[in-house]
Design a protein around this ligand. Structure first.
Ligand SMILES: [Mg+2]
Length: 343
């Protein structure tokens, strides 16, 4: 069959500046990918992260080769064949590959006239509630954003930490949201010793878990925290691809997966099962990204213990619709549109 492909860069202003320990972001650049069989068009998007060595420019540089490979395979249902061709072309570029693979999965589901979760054999009544993230800002601004998120109905919040006033922020956020499930993400900002000390403060504020307290690359540091922490520990920057799952298995409680780190929806499913085989709980997270990317992640919600799928919610506006997330609940039960539903 003849497949045609296209891609375009989209600039997505954020609703608020989004700060983490490494810097502040006011705009996300995604690259939307389309794969068409002439009747149906699959849509996906790459949300590159410089931290993992990708930018919109690197995505655009590699997409012509990736899409030529998809056209050469020619069968959008041969997702295994497409996966193998993409991996043989480039070893890295996971966001670029994720954008292509989301589009291919979307096209395959549309051709079968089923929502994406059906392609993966998942139960749409199994819901999970996504956290909504409070980025680093002035403490008063964070308090205000937290109150707004509670007013908007979010029941699970994640606050970014990794500043010289982390306890002050934590008190402000918890004070403005006394009843929510609260998670903390330090984005690798702490030393192992600092992380263990902070874990007592987190426990005192009833924090559900601590994400990536220490830098990746030294599993001993994460393991040190895991063995002593007063709250469970999640690995994000330390858990990028399938090969990382066994490496972090004895150094954390929760594996935080992202389509843009591991390279696609089917790769995320592989990681879910590997993580479970190693006794880990599973969270699916995201970059700041349009529904053209994140809707695919939402279709995997029935597989998850925890979700952090607020990438589209952080945008000023999203050109694409996605899976409904009232109050953060990833609700697939009424989703019947074929594919990811991003349109
Ligand atoms: Mg994180």
């Amino acid at each position: 069959m003849t497949l045609t492909t296209a891609f375009e860069r989209v600039s997505l202003p954020l609703a608020h500046p989004f700060g983490i320990s490494r810097g502040v972001q006011t705009e996300a650049e995604n690259v939307v990918v389309r794969v068409s069989d002439g009747e149906h068009t699959g849509v996906g998007a790459a949300a590159p992260a410089t931290y993992y060595g990708e930018t919109a420019a690197t995505v655009e540089a590699v997409l012509p080769d990736l899409l030529e490979a998809v056209e050469a395979v020619g069968d959008p249902h041969n997702l295994d064949g497409i996966d193998a061709r993409l991996d043989s072309l480039v070893g890295d570029n996971p966001a670029a590959k994720a954008g292509v693979r989301i589009a291919c999965c979307d096209l395959a589901a549309k051709r079968l006239d089923v929502p994406l979760y059906r392609l993966f054999g998942l139960d749409p009544t199994e819901t999970v509630t996504s956290s909504y993230t409070i980025g680093i800002d002035e403490t008063d601004v964070m308090r205000e954003k937290t109150a707004e998120a509670v007013d908007a109905g979010y029941t699970v919040l994640k606050t970014k930490l990794g500043t010289d006033r982390d306890e002050e922020i934590l008190e402000a956020v918890r004070g403005a949201a006394p009843d929510v499930r609260l998670r903390v993400d330090a984005n690798a900002a702490w030393t192992p010793r600092e992380a263990v000390e902070m874990s007592d403060v987190l426990a005192a504020h009833d924090v559900e878990f601590l994400e990536q307290p220490v830098p990746p690359g030294t599993p001993g540091g994460l393991r040190y925290v895991h063995e002593r922490s007063a709250v469970p520990v999640a690995a994000d920057e330390s858990c990028v691809t399938l090969a990382d799952v066994p490496r972090v298995a004895d150094a954390c409680d929760i594996a935080n997966l992202k389509l843009m780190k591991c390279g696609g929806p089917r790769q995320a499913v592989e990681m879910v099962h590997a993580a479970r085989a190693h006794g880990l709980e599973v969270m699916l997270g995201c970059m700041v990204e349009t529904n053209a990317a994140i809707a695919a992640a939402c279709h995997l919600a029935p597989l998850l213990d925890y979700a952090d799928l607020d990438g589209s919610l952080l945008l000023a506006e999203d050109p694409y619709d996605g899976v409904p997330m009232p109050g953060g609940v990833v609700d697939l039960s009424g989703v019947e549109a074929p594919g990811t539903g991003a349109a």
